[in-house]
Design a protein around this ligand. Sequence first.
Ligand SMILES: Nc1ncnc2c1ncn2[C@@H]1O[C@H](COP(=O)(O)OP(=O)(O)OP(=O)(O)O)[C@@H](O)[C@H]1O
Ligand SMILES: [Mg+2]
Length: 284
Amino acid sequence: MSIEIQNLSYTYDPKAKFKKIALKDVSLSVEDGDFLAIVGHTGSGKSTLVTHLNGLTKVQSGKIIVDGIDLTGKFDAKKLRSKVGMVFQYPEYQLFAETVQLDVAFGPKNLGLDEEEINVRVKDAIEAVGLDFEQIKDKSPFELSGGQMRRVAIAGVIAMRPEILVLDEPTAGLDPKGKRDIMELVLSLKNTLKTVKTVIMISHNMDEVARYCNKVALLKDGELVGVYTPAQLFEDDTVEKCGLKLPTTVRLARVLKARGLIENDCLLTEEEIVAEIAKGGRHA
Ligand SMILES: Nc1ncnc2c1ncn2[C@@H]1O[C@H](COP(=O)(O)OP(=O)(O)OP(=O)(O)O)[C@@H](O)[C@H]1O
Ligand SMILES: [Mg+2]
């Protein structure tokens, strides 16, 4: 078991008059190999939940165990951060070093690795995110395009060689092609890097969730509504009741089904829609 969260509750400013309860009694397990989406309306507690996983938010009530490390009370923060890599929202805003190479090296340096190991990791990470190491290493991060900057920021996390990669809305602010490219990158990191076993992604984009994730945790007002496969979650109106949209493919499939053009309406990818239409054509 990779991550076990039990009865986790969290309140911002617990002593304040208007304290803000961000998580209520959330229990969730994430297994090795999962590509888990965390979804929910704005303010439902998604970021509060994931920032617990690298120790940034301290456990107040409940229990979290990450790959044997108990986050309740004292724990080895360095060890945890080498296991759990966190890509924050708009991570390119956190680039700061003079060159791409120095920026990506920042995390591994903090792990106290020797120079040779740092150099290998930096090169591997930059290549893993689909950039040309020789071409880009000495550039300033600020000379790059938005998409390249985001890739460099992700490389900085990958260079720590985490087993668990957590991303808070990795495609926010990108155009449709940029969104697809980043999602394909995340999938390829999970499938091709030996180090990254598990991905946890916060997303507002149900099309991405439907296409890429095997599990979805739905939050509402700090509570876990449930954990589903995308097919289970999108077969009825549960997400709509939580203020989210159904995936485009599911909405399209419902229209096509209502017109008698296809039989199945819980279709999660464009390819599934095309296949279902082709089937319908054969029946007609
Ligand atoms: N630093 C903070 N101080 C006080 N309240 C906070 C703080 N951060 C978040 N909250 C509140 O806690 C609740 C959960 O916030 P959180 O950021 O975890 O939600 P979220 O699901 O990530 O939202 P979004 O989709 O907007 O990113 C919200 O009501 C939010 O206003
Ligand atoms: Mg958030």
